[in-house]
Ligand binder design. Sequence first.
Ligand code: HEC
Length: 354
Amino acid sequence: MFSTNKTLVAAAVATLFAGSASAMSGSSDGASGEKINGKYAANYEEIIRAADGKYLDAKVIEAILGKDATYGRDGLEGKLDPANPYSFEVEDSIDGGNHGNAQCKIPAAFVEVHDSAKANYYNDSKFVANGFGTPIAESALAKWNIVVDGDGKGLPDPSVGMTVEEGAKIYVQFCGMCHGEFGEGAKGYLPLAVDENLVTSAFDDPAPMKAVGNYWPYATTLFDYIRRTMPFWTPNAPFIGDKGYMGMTGYILQSNYVKLDENGTEIQDDDFFNSEMLMKANKFMKNQGNFFCDHRPVIHNERCMTNCPDAQVGDGKGDIHHYKQARRLPDGTPQYNVPQRMHEDPPGVGHSGM
Ligand code: HEC
């Protein structure tokens, strides 16, 4: 059906590659037949049919787009519409158009990502999408490059915030239906506020609910988590914004009775909650300091239930009564990482005492 266009197509192919010397020398074009607009094989439907409809298969893509399409930037150039970052280089009939299988589209932004990845990370000219998903564009990634660390690195400027009362209103509007107005949990979704000790006093007490107040080590990462993941269906929502996320973080910390200083100063409704307040609360998270790196070696002992070799019994000498006692804190409770808790060892190194 395109045979009358043969010469036109050939001219288009020539134009396509004329501007890109490296495309000519660096990679050969696998699809040898006619091409539509110089971009993809005219018999694409046959190719897909022959492959059982597996358009996402790398080999099929190569057959349709040409080998160069699977070899990075040089191969992709010319197949994109620079005016449309989500341009596609195949006909709608192949991938279903805008509402169809977006996997087959190669956004122009891919070229930028490829460039940057090449320069910064892999230096690998074979960094390609191959049709199995598409590398995210940096412009799209930037929206999520919003990490806040435990130490507060990455927090918004102190001018960004609102009163805890305003934060509470936003919280009720966007979070209350799942987490409860007061963080008590709703409709089977988890509570955010508890006033319960993390450790039970009797071994047969039910396990306490873990939530922000008794479990989370940092207030800063609470802000980070909420902004990055909530509300569940539309995280990092522009209509909430950093100030809204900051305000509701204040409200959640208040609901968990997190204090602001050694004197037990509580978070007030009319406090302007910003990154400075957050950093104050960050020092008084109840469970901070109780997370340890566990550097116990991984040992693959053979399982043994009876007549075990001495090396596997007790302290390794064959007597079941000779085992290493758990070390205890001065109050008598057996604990992991006692030397670290007692500041005999620096945090995060080794493990002993249990
Ligand atoms: C549609 C229901 C829904 C809405 C609305 C919602 N969340 Fe969540 N939230 C969840 C679910 C489900 C989880 C558990 C997610 C997981 O563990 O992967 C969760 C987890 C959380 C956690 C972590 C709790 C913990 O201790 O592990 C926080 C904090 C949180 N949400 C805050 C919020 C805030 C603040 C909002 C409003 C901006 C909000 N959520 C809106 C459903 C929701």
